[in-house]
Design a protein around this ligand. Structure first.
Ligand SMILES: [Fe+2]
Length: 356
């Protein structure tokens, strides 16, 4: 199977994974052959792409680091918590403790799958962005925490901090959050207030450990001291915040927003690597790059020798040298090229992700 963005989805394609709407109801079951009115509907409701089974991707398994069901439950719960907080509903305590339980479930699944590299593709819809982004940042942060040898308790505290890192955005007007035009200085100040506002809200309304709260406060601080709200520098920024900062920026970059298009995972990772030691903690970037695939399995790639193929396997210790299925001219048949292990391919590099 492979992930294909909605712009390249065509009638006749075979769904490899079921598609759900934002309430978790099944829209199209895995195994369905897409008809043209399904594709129109998918476009209408803002589905950003789908997993497809075809000849060239046959046999490629894309393992999710957490199950779709758990991801959906977590997104639902984040939505409840954010809406409760925004409207002052009394259900917030109950929803928050359920969110905590879901973070524990996420940790369980991530520990079970700790050898899998994350194959992240953007499936976020515009109106659900904040909730889906929160869950992604939570997953990516916990993955780094596991690599760092965190205790179970630390992982839970980190997971909650990551899940709630942007809760301060409930205090910002939705029109400003989705504004397409460049922000004025005053608007930028309001936007930047979300980390302090979120910290204050969580600190005064709940009983989370200090580290969880401080991760929310400092998630926009930068390693070189150019971040906000306090221009903290280096290890004066809490470890949680340094972890969340990487996960947050990476996931934001690979997302489509009203005001910007998503960039491919490889370019997002290049940005993160470029910021190692400046915006981001160098050692943490080193961990991150070994856990998140630059070229997700199933992604179409163009190579420096002009060949085109799809990624078949990734190597954590050589993230930019995947094994690739090279396609023939009609994209019907393929051979393999292993950029890590085949030394005759030493001069070949992956140029970029392309749609096939
Ligand atoms: Fe933020």
């Amino acid at each position: 199977m492979r992930f294909i963005p909605i712009t390249h989805i065509k009638p006749g394609m075979l769904l490899a994974k079921s598609i759900y709407n934002k309430n978790g109801s099944l829209l199209l079951r895995a195994g369905t052959k897409l008809k043209s009115h399904y594709v129109i509907k998918m476009n209408e409701i803002g589905i950003l792409g789908a997993y497809i089974e075809d000849e060239i991707s046959k046999g490629l398994e894309i393992d999710s680091v957490i199950s779709d069901e758990l991801r959906m439950k977590a997104v639902d719960k984040v939505r409840d918590v954010f809406l409760d907080a925004e409207t002052g509903r009394s259900t917030v305590d109950q929803n928050m403790s359920q969110a905590n339980e879901l973070v524990d479930n996420i940790i369980d699944e991530l520990i079970d799958n700790k050898h899998i590299m994350v194959n992240m593709v953007d499936i976020k819809s515009y109106d659900e962005y904040t909730y889906q982004h929160s869950v992604n940042v939570c997953v990516l942060s916990i993955i780094m925490g596991i690599s760092l040898g965190f205790t179970r308790e630390q992982l839970t505290n980190l997971g909650m901090s990551a899940l709630l890192h942007d809760i301060g955005k409930i205090f910002i007007d939705i029109d400003l959050l989705n504004k397409v035009e460049p922000l004025t200085d005053a608007e930028m100040d309001i936007m930047r207030g979300h980390s302090l506002d979120g910290y204050r809200y969580i600190k005064y309304e709940f009983d989370f450990p200090f580290q969880t709260n401080i991760g929310i406060l400092q998630h926009h601080e930068k390693y070189d001291g150019t971040g906000y709200p306090r221009n903290k520098e280096g290890e004066d920024i809490s470890l949680f915040a340094r972890i969340i900062a990487i996960a947050d920026v990476y996931d934001a970059l690979i997302s489509n927003r009203y005001y910007k298009k998503a960039v491919p995972p490889s370019e997002a990772m290049e940005y993160i690597m470029g910021g190692a030691g400046a915006h981001f903690d160098y050692d943490l970037v080193n961990i991150f790059v070994r856990k998140v695939a630059l070229y997700p399995i199933g992604a179409g790639v163009k190579l420096s020798n002009g060949d085109v193929g799809i990624v078949a396997k990734n190597y954590p210790d050589a993230p930019n040298r995947p094994k690739i299925r090279l396609l023939d001219k009609d994209c019907k048949d393929y051979t393999y090229i292993d950029l890590k292990n085949d030394f005759t391919t030493k001069d070949v590099t992956v140029l970029k992700i392309v749609n096939i």
